[in-house]
Design a protein around this ligand. Structure first.
Ligand code: 3H9
Length: 699
């Protein structure tokens, strides 16, 4: 008996239970415990069958990721699985919750698998920049067939119990894990079912041997979806070994590939992202006892692009929404767009055919703010001016029930000012979603000066319920994401004056791994919005203004920084824009110069990091990892680069500070001077991660 694995005997059945909260990950102790328990039960003449199951909320959720990068300890997972597979008595995995990664690999080493109906089974290693490292690439396709096998390994997406049953990954759906597993074990004994070792079972592989297109297709799809990632291709290749590499040799190669990837930069960055995401949901300075308020009814104000997307996110999670507009016309338009959006997703096979009707039925469109009266949470997503926001919040204060959480989806405005207009500033905060809100996973939770702890906790819990990734931030212009974006936009614009072209800047940014460059992004959002706001504020931006004066508002007019032909969204470089930039510079007497891609990259990324350092020093974000999460989930920062602050640590803060100082001098732009925190850490040879760790220990 070990501390984390216990064995009970129910006459001839040994029940081996892993009990290592929170997710029964395969730490060295768990591996050792299972190994010893299975070997002992295998040798015990009193035992005829073994059930492997877990206590707590889930079956084994994988290898212990915190052990990666540390010296490996025996027994290795492959040895544990071999001990199970070679056990002379039937071993049954009884699964509940999630059997993921190494957890599913353990189950695949068992001779039979049964699972509760809500169980999910998958090999998500690819999402951590890895391939399964303990036989998953070889045993899963033998269980479910090569086609589904390669899909599961390459995408990392789990399947539910019903699908697992259909494809032969499990034998039966059971009620409770321990009792169901035991009952199944008795059936195996009574029926004298032969033990099935997946390593020896090629029955599902033979049929597919002739046609290898499934692998080339899976690899091509992976490539398209995940530009720049190594692991999906390595996954596809590893699964293809089932055809012509002997099982033991394939396992050896699989392990070697796993070890290579686990030590690589991409997986390290992806593991950082995994933990940063979980850390970001933790709120600094909230008392232990703060519990979320009940959220059963939600009202969303505004059926425009943002309001509609937010309403869809709730409906997707099965939560009913009251969607409020000022007039029937606007409401009809908003609901129509949502309906079309759902139908397009269903037509692509993204959701079941009956989902659009079901989800739309959860969205109740009404006119008039008084309809917020029953809502536990109200999210305002109206036009982005302080005047209108204040008007809405004054009415919310009047109509919303006591204790309702009042959130604004503003992307820039001061939530303290919005809260101050109400008599209940403690109930007010920001929930800043990112466009398209039904797709983008980030939700910046903006904590205002008077926001109550339980209100913050409610917003974080609600964001998680609708499958968003929450990150708590403080009040400042643009919060974290847009404030850093503004630092980048400023440099992008300056680069055009100094000698670069939009397509050159955008190409550098997309080559780095972001989905879009600043100019293509501007065209998508619409250049006229910024133009109008500059006019209102009496500010000039000569090139952007000249584009708008020429009627080039971006994609909506098929011309902006690029041209768009035949209704396509693909940006095409436009010689007219080049001419316009050159003429504007000549008119202003600016001498243009050749700008290297290296300089562009530095001036796109380092000012963001610099702004990130200011944000940390001002405590607008609690941790550098929170900033990373915001960029990963709100702006498509490439996960294999871990986020801007993680990336900064890898490049070295000293180098970044030096280059920023150089660019500040070269361009005369004082905003490029290294921020005090960046400078301090650079001088001490420290990292943002080290600084955050020291701060957490001191707290
Ligand atoms: C692998 O298996 C490799 C093998 O093929 C080969 C090896 C040789 N390790 O997400 P939650 C922590 S690779 C360590 O908030 P939920 C997590 O950090 C692995 N810790 O809960 C958090 O800690 P804290 C393949 C882990 O209910 C706490 O558990 N497996 C691990 O929303 C709760 O997590 C995966 O990639 C772990 N494996 O979701 C599965 N997993 O409370 C990764 C979790 O201190 N895990 N923690 O912040 C998940 O997808 C989700 O955690 C899960 C539960 C769905 C299981």
């Amino acid at each position: 008996m070990s501390e984390v694995v216990r064995v009970e005997r129910h006459d001839v059945i040994a029940i081996v239970t892993v009990d290592s909260p929170p997710v029964n990950a395969l730490s060295a102790a768990v591996r050792g415990g299972i190994y010893d328990a299975v070997r002992a039960a295998g040798a015990d003449p009193q035992v005829q069958a073994i059930v492997l199951t877990c206590a707590g909320r889930t079956f084994i959720a994988g290898a212990d990721i915190t052990e990666f990068g540390k010296p490996p300890k025996q027994p290795f997972l492959g040895e544990v699985i071999a001990a199970i597979e070679n056990c002379p008595k039937p071993v049954i995995a009884a699964i509940h919750g999630t059997a993921l990664g190494g957890g599913l690999e353990v189950a695949l080493g068992c001779h039979f698998r049964v699972a509760t109906k809500d169980a999910r089974l998958g090999l998500p290693e690819v999402k951590l920049g890895l391939i399964p490292g303990a036989g998953g690439t070889q045993r899963l396709p033998r269980a479910v067939g090569p086609e589904l096998g390669v899909k599961m390994v390459v995408t990392g997406d789990p399947i539910g119990a019903a699908e697992a049953l259909k494809h032969g990954l499990i034998e039966e759906v059971i009620e409770g894990p321990a009792s169901g597993g035991e009952a199944f074990a008795r059936k195996v004994l009574a029926e004298k079912r032969p033990v099935r070792r997946l390593r020896d079972d090629d029955s599902k592989i033979a049929a597919a041997r002739a046609d290898r297109s499934i692998f080339t297709n899976a690899a091509a799809a992976a490539n398209k979806r995940n530009r720049g990632l190594e692991a999906p291709l390595a996954c596809a290749e590893a699964v293809s070994w089932i055809f012509d590499v002997p099982f033991d040799e394939a396992l050896k190669r699989e392990r070697e590939t796993f070890l290579r990837l686990v030590a690589g930069d991409q997986s390290r960055a992806q593991r950082h992202a995994f933990f940063a995401e979980r850390e970001a949901a933790k709120i600094d300075g909230v008392p232990e006892g703060a519990r979320p308020r009940k959220v059963e009814r939600v009202a969303i104000i505004g059926a425009g692009t943002m309001g509609g997307g937010i309403a869809m996110s709730f409906a997707n999670a099965g939560i009913p929404v009251t969607l409020i507009e000022t007039g029937e016309e606007q409401l009809k338009r908003g609901l129509g767009i949502m309906q079309k959006n759902y139908e397009a997703t269903a037509a692509r096979g993204g959701i079941p055919a009956d989902a659009p009707a079901k989800r739309m039925a959860l969205i109740n469109g009404v006119v008039g703010l008084e309809h917020v009266k029953d809502a536990d949470l109200v999210i305002e997503a109206v036009f982005e001016t302080m005047e209108i926001k204040k008007e809405v919040f004054t009415k919310l204060d009047q109509y919303a029930k006591p204790g309702a959480v009042l959130a604004s989806n503003t992307s820039y405005l001061n939530i303290n000012d919005i809260a101050a207009i109400t008599r209940r500033p403690q109930d007010v905060l920001g929930m800043h979603f990112f466009s398209p809100a039904n797709v983008m996973k980030l939700c910046e939770i903006v904590r205002a000066a008077k926001t109550a702890p339980d209100v913050l906790v409610t917003a974080v819990a609600t964001a998680k319920r609708i499958a968003k990734v929450p990150a708590v931030v403080g009040v400042c212009d643009g919060f974290v994401g847009n404030r850093m974006l503004a630092a980048r936009s400023k440099q992008a614009e300056k680069l055009l004056f100094e000698g670069a072209l939009p397509q050159q800047v955008d190409a550098v940014v997309t080559k780095f791994g972001l989905p879009m460059g600043p100019f293509a992004m501007g065209d998508l959002a619409g250049l006229d919005i910024g133009w109008r706001s500059r006019k209102d504020r009496g500010i000039k931006s000569e090139i952007a203004d000249a584009l708008c004066e020429a009627g080039r508002f971006g994609q909506k007019t098929a011309k902006g920084y690029y041209k768009y032909e035949g209704g396509s969204r693909a940006p095409l470089p436009d010689p007219e824009v080049e001419k316009l930039i050159e003429e504007t510079c000549a008119r202003l007497g600016i001498q243009r110069r050749a700008i290297s891609d290296d300089e562009i990259l530095e001036r796109m990324v380092y000012p963001m990091i610099n702004e990130g350092a200011r944000i940390l020093a001002e405590k607008i974000a609690a941790r550098p990892g929170d900033i990373d999460v915001i960029w990963l989930y709100g702006y498509g920062w490439p996960v294999y680069r871990g986020g801007p602050m993680y990336y900064a640590d890898q490049v070295g803060l000293k180098h970044i500070a030096e280059r920023l100082a150089f660019h500040a001098k070269q361009t005369g732009d004082a905003s490029l001077e290294p921020a005090p925190l960046l400078k301090e850490l650079a001088e001490k040879g420290e990292t943002f991660a080290g600084w955050a760790k020291a701060a957490a220990q001191a707290a």
